[in-house]
Design a protein around this ligand. Structure first.
Ligand code: ZZB
Length: 261
């Protein structure tokens, strides 16, 4: 799996996170949340960014005094063998936090219509063993994200968030013949998915959304408006990478690869 790892720079930490990172990030050092995505062309529609509240994350030093990544330990280890850290195999950890510590953090999200930043929010279904453990929320085109954001808005108190953090306008970015311009909303509603816990149905919806979006989707927002999703995807990705706002991150597939041959 070749992901696009996005760099979402922290603008403001909540109190719980401040306490845990105090004295650990040098003055002037930037921390980035790094969601891994397979859909760079949807980044215009990021309206928040998810972490698993019960997952343990680290802040890792990528460039001393300058650049630090908030990711899962597993992702840091993988990145250390992809020349993302300066020393091969090394991934220096400067702080350890729980996902729940960072809920409410404001980060700057490249390409997002939300120019003042987006919030870090909780998503129970984030898998620690996939990507970076950080997930960008695009409720227009990801059924999981749509179901989660609806639930967060409905049960804001339960999730210890402010309702308005989840109750944001959903930007249409891709038009498809079968599902209109808000694919995720269409699928979640028509498949009667009532909760982000409906894992089986959500997996099915995700599959449908991927296929329809990739093969039939057309961009209706952004610099590549009018182009097919298939054509726009690599263009948006390259633009983000060239701007230093993203980098390539490959997910090892878990199988043991024989190197004897
Ligand atoms: C933004 C986005 C916009 C995504 C979209 C999807 C869609 P896959 O297909 O199963 O390999 N993701 C990444 N890491 C995690 C994680 N640790 N736990 C849960 N979800 C994760 O999944 C890749 C996608 O799953 C990634 O791409 C990310 O969400 C999420 F419009 O990023 B995506 C139809 C899907 N649309």
């Amino acid at each position: 799996q070749e992901y696009t790892a996005m760099k979402l720079r922290v603008k403001e930490w909540p109190e719980a996170a401040k306490k845990k990172i105090e004295g650990k990030i040098p003055e002037g050092g930037n921390v980035y949340f790094v969601p891994a995505t397979l859909r760079p062309e949807t980044m215009y529609g990021q309206n928040s960014c998810f972490v698993g509240p019960g997952i343990t994350y680290g802040i890792y030093e990528v460039k001393k005094g300058e650049e630090y990544y908030f990711i899962s330990d597993r992702a840091a280890r993988n990145m250390a063998f992809q020349s993302i850290f300066p020393t091969w195999g090394a991934f220096p950890k400067v702080a350890e936090l729980q996902g729940s510590d960072v809920i409410g953090t404001i980060v700057n999200a490249p390409l997002s219509i939300h120019k003042d930043g987006i919030r870090i929010l909780p998503m129970e279904s984030v898998k620690e063993t996939k990507g970076t453990g950080v997930v960008s929320c695009v409720p227009s085109d990801s059924p999981d994200d749509y179901a989660t954001i609806m639930d967060l808005a409905k049960k804001a108190d339960y999730y210890h968030i402010k309702r308005e953090w989840a109750e944001l306008e959903i930007l249409p970015i891709i038009e498809t013949p079968s599902y209109g311009n808000l694919t995720a909303k269409f699928l979640v509603e028509s498949m009667k998915i009532n909760s982000p816990k409906d894992a089986k149905q959500l997996a099915e919806a995700k599959d449908l959304a991927y296929k329809e979006g990739f093969y039939k989707g057309k961009m209706i927002y952004g610099e590549f408006k009018g182009k097919s999703v298939e054509d726009a995807k690599p263009l948006v990705r390259q633009q983000l990478i060239d701007a230093g706002e993203a980098f390539a991150y490959a997910e090892p597939d878990g199988r043991v690869i024989s190197r004897s041959g």
